[in-house]
Design a protein around this ligand. Sequence first.
Ligand code: GAF
Length: 367
Amino acid sequence: MDDVRRWQVPGRVNLIGEHLDHNGGAALPIAIDRSLLLKARRRDDGVVNVWSRGERASLNVDVSPGDVTGWSAYVAGVVWALRSAGVRVSGADLVLESTLPVGAGLSSSAALTCGVALALDDLAGAGRSREELALVAQRAENDFVGAPTGLMDQYAVLFAQDGHAVHLDFSASPPATEAVPADWSDDGLVLAVIDTGAHHELAGGEYAERRRECAEAASSAGVDSLAAIKLDGLLSLTDDTLKARARHVLTETTRVRGAVTALRRRDWAQFGAMLTSSHESLRDDFAVSCEELDVAVDCALASDALGARMTGGGFGGSAIALLRPDQVDPLRARTEAAFAARSWAPPHVFTVRPSPAAARVDRGDER
Ligand code: GAF
């Protein structure tokens, strides 16, 4: 293709700070070295064609919510949200190639929406900021696809830095970003992902239900957003479910602070302890884990990981573990055996490294 622009768009792993973005709290994701390669060429006939995994979808740029379903709704949603934001999308041919597993809780959907937003904004010469494009990508998911996500994934994809985690603060608008070195590899450690294969779908009702519960807990405790709750506010809650959700948000907020300090000090034992207690809180108080994730975390801890937890929205997807490289094979074997014993499909275990944000890679800045 002539005039083809290429974008490399990473997935993400959230190290800690789960379900805090939609509560005005903090998160600490890294972009990972599993990514979407997006090739984009401008068209001027009002048609957007997308090729992905041997399939082709075509849509018109004047698409509206409800017109498109399935994977191409993420692309259509971006076209719609960009045009609503005043960007002149004239059409495009888009080719997607991915090393990022879909439905694994590693933000393949944010990679897709952010990548398409970057590419179409660039083809239109609109020059929107990454903050604006993050909102466009979120709007595509929230209002077109129907997945009521926060902004963490879009910010991880668009603002990550190589070798760093990005400390995000959602109490600010736009969210504040701060890069924190994530250099466990200098101390002989790796971050493993255990993709459980359990179904993960944010457009399902459970994620939205947690958001509703959090909003209700915040209003009962008299705070604007739940991350602002203090101990007396927590104790004032009388409903056990709302109290448990708020307890997760309060304790996770403290854990993020501890994890950032531990990361800066390269105190891996402390960092690992934060990961594991985050998992317990997501399992017991926030109730977004599942059997597969719990087994994966148990296997990681039994393989002497310094810490392990589910990552992302939950209800399936992936767990992460911080451990030595020679512990990865035993972890894989242990997890495969535990899954086989329960007649579950084999999990996929691989390591990831903190990687750069989405970037154009056809101008001599290939990575
Ligand atoms: C999903 C959502 F998309 C994010 O916005 C965030 O809420 C996360 O779940 C939980 O931390 O990835």
